[in-house]
Ligand binder design. Structure first.
Ligand SMILES: O=C(O)CCC(=O)C(=O)O
Ligand SMILES: [Fe+2]
Length: 150
């Protein structure tokens, strides 16, 4: 659960820094229907207005790895406001510990080689938390630098 108290100078602070979630899918409830969640699209921050009785579903870094980059995790942040507190509840969904996270074999072909390393779920989560959760930076840690041969 995330609690953002009202802030007298909302332009001077950020509620939650820009990040993508480390999960495969996140189901998010904007509990008291206050604005604040924004996603980054084409380099711009777009507000996601809360809808009553609706969840937001975010693609996380694990799903970007598992789909070998076909689904992109979404970079998002939360702003604060001076009027009222804001509360959100995020449920992060990931494969079991003891499994591996990597590009799904059927999506890896000679023409679309693996873009990411395969790691144990526990190592993925440890690495994600150690990466300071800045933008989509953890995916760069897992990215395989494929050499292009002319
Ligand atoms: O408060 C929000 O709407 C976003 C929360 C979030 O991004 C998170 O918990 O990972
Ligand atoms: Fe998030």
């Amino acid at each position: 659960m995330n609690y953002y108290p009202p802030c007298p100078q909302p332009d001077q602070v950020i509620g939650l820094n820009p990040h993508s979630d480390g999960s495969a899918l996140t189901i998010l409830l904007q509990l008291n229907e206050m604005d604040g969640l924004q996603i980054k699209k084409d380099g711009m921050w777009i507000p996601i207005r809360p809808l009553s009785d609706a969840f937001v579903v975010n693609v996380g870094d694990m799903l970007e790895v598992q789909t070998n980059g076909i689904y992109r995790s979404i970079e998002h942040r939360a702003t604060v406001n001076s009027e009222k507190e804001r509360i959100s509840v995020a449920a992060f969904h990931s494969p079991h510990m003891g499994r591996y996270i990597g590009p799904t074999p059927s999506l890896v072909t000679p023409r679309s080689p693996a873009l990411f390393k395969t790691v144990a779920t526990s190592d993925f989560l440890k690495g994600y938390l150690a990466s300071k959760i800045k933008g989509k930076s953890y995916l760069d840690v897992l990215r395989i630098k494929n050499e292009i041969h002319e």
